[in-house]
Design a protein around this ligand. Structure first.
Ligand code: PLP
Length: 223
């Protein structure tokens, strides 16, 4: 897909989000689109910004650091989401740069984020990533321990946990993973549910997503 179609792709994705939301008897405005700009050049992000997009997702701290500080000078209202694994030694940089960190999945990272927040005075929203298929190679807190981990981070450590995130197993019908994550968020009174990518964001909306993370359907296939 040529870069010139980013604006058109964004409009098409937004239309499909609205259709999927209405089909689920939901307000289209209740679904936030996070444009996943990992591996894309800053010019591609600028085209999306010019089309009105403000929420962006990146999966590496260093890559986001190279692109976003300059973009924020022109667009201070950008909201940047970290959606890839975070090492504890990058926690401080992440807290300084991101508005939402969607990948909290272990006690050591919770401690590192708490320290970074205390040091910087910044408190980005945190989502807890759940390994919804309990896949050994994937990050995310195991399903069975998710409830306890939510309470530990939010109630004991007083971290600003406001949502859950998952990436369902590839090659499986994601629907039951989506509804399980939404149910877990409801049970704990968490308002945000981040799930659904280019291939399945409509199903995620049917399952209760409040935030979808869409990359290739907006920016084209990653090279
Ligand atoms: C890359 C990525 C996405 C976007 O994937 P697309 O299939 O390009 O839409 C969403 N979420 C996470 C966690 C990702 O790493």
């Amino acid at each position: 897909m040529p870069a010139a179609s980013i604006t058109a792709n964004l409009a098409a994705v937004k239309d499909k989000i609205a259709v999927a939301a209405r089909a689920a008897a939901r307000d289209p405005a209740s679904v936030r689109l996070v444009a996943v700009s990992k591996t894309r050049p800053a010019e591609a992000v600028r085209e999306a910004l010019a089309a009105g997009q403000r929420h962006f997702g990146e999966n590496r701290v260093q890559e986001a650091l190279r692109k976003f500080p300059a973009l924020r000078e022109d667009y201070p209202d950008i909201s940047l989401h970290l959606i890839g694994p975070l090492q504890t030694n990058k926690a401080e940089e992440a807290v300084r740069l991101f508005d939402v960190i969607e990948v909290l999945d272990r006690p050591k990272l919770a401690i590192a984020l708490a320290k970074a927040m205390e040091k910087t005075g910044r408190r980005p929203a945190l989502y807890i990533e759940v390994n919804s298929g309990d896949e050994p190679q994937k990050s995310g807190v195991p399903r069975a321990g998710a409830g306890e981990f939510i309470c530990h981070c939010r109630d004991e450590m007083k971290l600003p946990v406001t949502g859950l995130m998952c990436i369902p197993p590839a090659g499986e019908d994601p629907a039951r993973h989506f509804s399980a994550l939404a149910a877990l968020a409801r049970a704990h009174g968490l308002p945000h549910v981040s799930m659904g990518m280019s291939g399945d964001y409509e199903a995620a909306i049917a399952g209760g997503a409040t935030s979808v993370r869409v990359g290739s359907a907006i920016f084209g296939q990653r090279g």
